[in-house]
Structure formats: C-alpha cells, structure tokens
Design a protein around this ligand. Structure first.
Ligand SMILES: O=C(CO)COP(=O)(O)O
Length: 250
C-alpha cells in the first residue's frame, strides 16, 4: 500500500489577490518532496493569480466548490469547465461550511462530484460529524450516511479518483483537534466502509485526509496514523511559515 500524502490548504474566504500571490509564492518556494502533493485552494477571485504564482513549481491549485451544471443562468456560480480553464486540478466538495451555511446536501454533493469527474478535476469530498452527533454516539451513522449519499452510484473506477477528507465539525477553526486515536478510528471506519461498498483495493488506494485545527505541532502525530493520508488545513494554511511547518512535519 503506497498511497500518496497530500497537504492541502483551504484558504476559505480569506486573501485578496496580492496577499494570495505572496502566500502562494512562499509556499511554492518550499521544498518539493517525493510522494507528497501540496495543494492550495484559494477563493475564486484569486485562482488565476495563484495558478500563475506557482507555475512550474510542485504546488497544485484547486477550487473550493463547483456547480453541477457546465454553464447556465446561475448567478454567482462557478462550473467545472471554468475551473479547468483557469488551471485548477482539484476541487473541494461538500465542506461542512457549505453544508452548514449554504444548503449543501448529500444530493448536491453527489451532483458536484459527477461534474468534477466529468471534467477531470480531482475531487476532495468532505465528511464529518458535529459535536452533538459525536456526543450522542452517532458519528459512524452520520459518516455512513454522508458517504452513501455523496458517493451514491459511483463506480470503483470513479471512486479511485476521489480523495476523501474527514473533518469533524467540532474541530474546525476551534483549536480542538481530534486526538491521533480519535482521527485514526474514524479514518479506519471510512476505509472499512469503502471496502464494504467497493472492495479492498479501492479502500486501500483511496486517500483520506484529516482536517480540523491541523497545526505544525500536531501534524506529525496525525499523519503518522495508518489510515491518515494527509491534511486539509484551514487557519494554519493562511500563513506560509505554519503551512510549510505542517509540510515539514509530514
Ligand atoms: O475546514 C478546514 C479545512 O477545510 C479546517 O479548518 P481549520 O484548520 O481552520 O480548523
């Protein structure tokens, strides 16, 4: 089993173009490592500038969302062909902030996933439970239902193109991180779910990132876990030193 490791920065709704270019250049000046993918996901306004800023480096660039239609009268939306045209290689789908604030459902996750695959964008599909769900013992059920809905009808050939991200909602932006053991336990659950839904080969080749208050200080412990294949970083990706610190800790 030799899955690649990914460290991805989700910049959320932060950075103007000048700030984004400076950060992207600083990340691209960091070391390239064998078997490690480095991905930056800026806001849509900064995408083109960031793609140019990292051109020729080891750093890849992704969007934070995409619409399921290729084009149409959908004011303010961005489509797969548009992301491709700007040079994005990846796209985040179903982030908990989209679920929480913008009406994202399993059904829309699945439609966005189809659009990403249709256009050759590498999808990163996010799942995760809230604090209330964890405390009431529903973590596995919530994850199983998010996975079943978000990946409904997907073929094995499609699944191996998907990266998953486990982001416990209670650990996002809160400074609370899942312990290494808590995170590993859920990652192992997700991998077992994949093995049951697809097969062992699919389960073993699928990258599963952890997200939720990942910092340079806790990255090594998390990334050492058997089923954790990288990190999806929010706050700590907004500063070059801390993001490079996480990369160095891998
Ligand atoms: O939501 C996240 C990445 O997508 C995690 O955010 P934080 O690293 O700020 O907790």
């Amino acid at each position: 089993m030799n899955r690649r490791i990914m460290v991805a920065g989700n910049w959320k709704m932060y950075k103007t173009i000048d700030q984004a270019v400076a950060l992207a250049k600083a990340v691209a000046a960091g070391p390239a490592r064998q078997g490690l993918d480095v991905l930056l996901c800026p806001n849509f306004v900064c995408l083109e500038a960031v793609v140019r800023a990292v051109a020729g480096s080891h750093v890849q660039v992704g969007g934070q969302n995409l619409h399921w239609q290729d084009e149409g009268a959908f004011t303010a939306e961005i489509s797969g062909p548009m992301l491709r045209s700007v040079g994005a290689s990846h796209v985040i789908i179903g982030h908990s902030e989209r679920r929480q604030f913008f009406g994202e459902t399993e059904k829309t996750v699945r439609m966005r996933l189809a659009a990403a695959l249709r256009h050759g964008l590498k999808p990163i599909v996010c799942v995760g439970e809230t604090q209330a769900e964890r405390e009431s013992g529903q973590t596995d059920d919530v994850l199983a239902s998010q996975l079943a809905g978000g990946l409904a009808g997907l073929s094995a050939a499609e699944m191996v193109k998907v990266t998953l991200a486990y982001e416990p909602v209670w650990a996002i932006g809160t400074g609370l991180t899942a312990s290494d053991e808590q995170a590993q336990q859920v990652h192992a659950f997700i991998r077992a779910w994949l093995a049951a839904r697809f097969d062992n080969q699919v389960a073993n080749s699928c990258g599963i990132l952890y997200g939720g208050s990942v910092k340079p200080a806790n990255a090594a412990g998390l990334l050492r876990q058997k089923d954790i294949d990288g990190a999806l970083v929010g706050g700590a990706s907004l500063d070059a030193d801390s993001f490079l610190g996480i990369i160095a800790a891998v």
